[in-house]
Design a protein around this ligand. Structure first.
Ligand SMILES: [Zn+2]
Length: 376
């Protein structure tokens, strides 16, 4: 894309985003009849889902690659079903401290029927990305869901360094998903800087370095972690609108963001999520200490993390007043999103974006047939 084309797309963005917002009433109206689907939206034979029956996928989990750790997620799954009456169908692990590689992939499929997917990952990219193009191909053949990397908050990290090009080119070519790359960290605005990234010039340098990668590899399928950390003010949310408008293969996950979203206007945020519902995926950061930090301190065992998930579900599905902030010191109101939007965020987008996910959900019986498999 030339520079000229690019500035044109910025202008288009400004024009079209107001039009999209004007159509929101109509989208919300589609939900008034309960589980009605948008007209013409997909396979007519597909069952209609309710909040109780729709499969939910957490695309941003940190699961240790050993069987007892993974078993804890199956216990959590049962607890979520029993206590909240919901169907937590699948987790995608982005790796965890300790073991550097996913578990045996064939054994993983046998034991969990696709409910647990793993990505390969690299958390220290300053010294170059860990995997070569050949490695990526090998891991893709073994069945990983994507490659997670972490430009993170590391000072001076240069994600758009030419040395990374062969890896991004290979990902683009073999369609390996960039699974929740974490760019920068919450920065805040003047007078409200965060402790994680108090230097706004460096924050924006890292954002722009990442944008350079997206510009160079427009076919690369990306689900950026944490709403790209452009979620700490209404102005940042505008910039995120521009990013989603400019890069059609860019998606975002919601991991950890309810902790920070009290700083954004509720109506703006709700309109943003509805407007971009094809590009937003449910994720939590379960397995890290940032999922819901105060609750995580009280309930550190994975199998007991039902209240943490409930916080996310209440935030998306209800208009309850909820605690927010790193110490639960703030308040925010739930977004009460339409059912069609929730379906996309909870599972339809993940089915479209990641390999293996749709196949596994179908095999597990979520779209009719093989009912027995659902009871596992
Ligand atoms: Zn994470």
């Amino acid at each position: 894309m030339t520079q000229e084309d690019h500035s044109l797309s910025r202008r288009d963005f400004l024009k079209s985003s107001s039009g999209a917002v004007a159509g929101l009433g109509m989208i919300a109206g589609l939900n008034s009849g309960g589980a009605a689907h948008a007209a013409g939206g997909g396979d007519q034979a597909e069952p209609h889902f309710t909040l109780a029956t729709m499969p939910r996928i957490d695309v941003h989990a940190h699961i240790r690659a050993d069987w007892s750790a993974i078993d804890n997620y199956m216990t959590l799954r049962e607890a979520l079903k029993k206590q909240l009456g919901i169907e937590m169908a699948m987790w995608i692990s982005l790796g965890s401290s300790g073991l550097p590689e996913p578990p045996d992939m064939a054994e993983l499929r046998t034991r969990y029927g696709g409910r647990i997917q793993f990505c390969i990952f690299d958390y220290t990219i300053k010294d170059g990305l860990r995997y070569s193009p050949q490695d990526l191909l090998k891991w893709q053949e073994r069945g990983v869901a994507g490659f997670k990397f972490y430009p993170g908050w590391q000072p001076d990290v240069q994600i758009d360094h030419p040395a990374n090009d062969p890896v991004f080119a290979a990902m683009d070519q073999i369609r390996m998903v960039a699974a929740s790359p974490h760019v920068a960290n919450p920065c805040g605005t003047y007078g409200r800087r965060t402790e994680w990234f108090a230097e706004p010039v460096e924050f924006w340098r890292q954002q722009h370095a990442w944008e350079n990668v997206l510009k160079k590899y427009p076919q690369l399928v990306v689900v950026n972690a944490h709403m790209l950390w452009l979620c700490y003010s209404d102005e940042q949310l505008d910039y995120l609108r521009y990013m989603l408008k400019s890069y059609p293969n860019l998606h975002i996950d919601l991991a950890t963001t309810p902790v920070f979203l009290h700083a954004v206007g509720r109506d703006n945020l709700r309109e943003f999520i509805i407007e971009h519902s094809d590009r937003i995926l449910f994720g939590t950061d379960v397995g890290s200490s940032w999922f819901v930090p105060e609750l995580d301190k009280r309930l550190p065992n994975v199998a007991e993390k039902v209240p943490q998930y409930q916080r996310y579900f209440d935030f998306l599905e209800t208009d309850k007043e909820l605690p927010s902030g790193i110490k639960d010191e703030c308040k925010m109101r739930g977004l009460s999103l339409p059912l069609e939007v929730l379906e996309k965020v909870y599972f339809r987008n993940a089915m479209r974006v990641y390999p293996h996910v749709g196949e596994a959900l179908t095999r597990l019986g979520y779209f009719g047939g093989q009912e027995a498999a659902k009871k596992t």
